[in-house]
Design a protein around this ligand. Sequence first.
Ligand code: NAD
Length: 488
Amino acid sequence: MQVGNNTVNEALIADVVSEVLKRLDQSRPASPVALSPVNISTDVSTAAGSHGIFSSVDDAVRAAAAAQRQLMDTSVEARGRAVECIRRVMRRDKEELGRIEFEETKLGKLAHKFEKLELAAGVPGLEMLKTEATSGDHGLTVTEFAPYGVIGVVTPVTHSVPTLGCNAIMMIAAGNALVCNPHPSGAKCAVEATRRFNRELHGEIGIDNLVCVIENPTIESATALFKHPGTPMLCATGGPGVAHAALTAGKRAVVAGPGNPPVVVDETADIEKAASGIIAGAAYDNNLLCIGEKEVFVVETVAEPLLGAMERSGGHRLSKDEIDRLAQKVVYKDEESGHWIARKEFVGKDPQVLAEVIGLRIGPDVQILFGLTDESNPLLPCEQMMPVLPMVMARNVDDAIRLAVKYEHGFKHTAVMWSRNVENLTRMGKAANTTLYVKNGPSSAGLGVGGQGYGSFSIATPTGEGITSPLSFTRYRRCTMVDSLRIF
Ligand code: NAD
């Protein structure tokens, strides 16, 4: 159809095209992105025999890319055996690897390092990748889960080897290789685990470097990994800094960010169960877990019974003055951001160490410190990662839910509630809108420990994958065959 003057229309179209191209250009991230296919050299002559340990990001990505090609050329059955290799190393060597991690990071509890490796070894593998099929008059279509290639991974100091192993199982099950830039304070244990994973993998399926690690990681090497054209996908597990860096890297990212999980206890709760559940969750590994209970809001009519039950369940009650003095010593305000930050020297330390800070001596069996305070206590907004629980009385359940939402900071990570009133539980779930919401159990139940479901050490919060699984590291691929294959 011809409308009006052709020359005018052509000029108009040219203007529109030029404006669209300009806008597209402006919306492009400044850093190089890997949205289009990239050819990476897979020459691993420099990397042979490295068992995945590299000093340069370039070499590591190149070696991982070669390993991933080999993985794609091997059978799915062999891929399943590769996953079993990672599980086997974590289970078999849990005491050695756990001890190496504990001695390097000096965080948490030794026995829990072993348990976390067991938990990480049990995350799902190939069984999650179920091909979907539909057939009809027009033929057959299958949807398969294809790999990304090499995934750039960043892990936290709080669970260096469990996160690396858990990511390796899920990513390899999905057909990928990975390059990890671990936290500098948890790098030695990550290097040792990587060496063991690759030795096992090489012995079992003849492929080295499926799991690669940067031996001396820095923020610069993390940035290089994020920007590398050979890593089309990222998986970052850590606090606000790395979450922001991954979210703005300009490529597909699974981001497992920070949390500050609140607990609400209402007047209908089973108080004895709530007390022991809160302590079990918050005291675990000295409250290093991102899902660990960090602050409690209790309806005032049941506050005293709850505090009493917590004392009987392994907690040591602090007075308001004591918990307020402790807060002043173990957290500080970052003037630039205005956020309260945990002092590194107290993160993951035993409750006995924290008690000494305010001149208290407590028994070796105490698992956690807790005490009633008010909103002026900076332990409430701070993700303290220490075995101390600030508790605040609320007028009623709605007040408690309001406070819980406020101190979760919109991270959408984890919330816990103890209640036998379904309507209250539902109101909290909707208001908090978190990725994990545990009712009437410790936070760990949300990762399948005493609750239903599988676990993971990367809980993707801002990007929405939730408790990650092998599916989180795949691309959906539809294969369509036209005609002739309808047999029903
Ligand atoms: P962290 O943020 O200090 O470090 C995490 C990782 O990110 C490290 O490897 C670090 O070197 C790297 N990093 C930090 N800033 C970076 C930047 N700007 N660019 C690139 N890399 C950067 O955290 P941490 O102390 O190791 O771990 C504790 C934090 O991790 C807590 O906030 C906790 O909630 C969170 N965490 C979340 C999950 C989850 O599944 N959502 C799991 C474990 C820990």
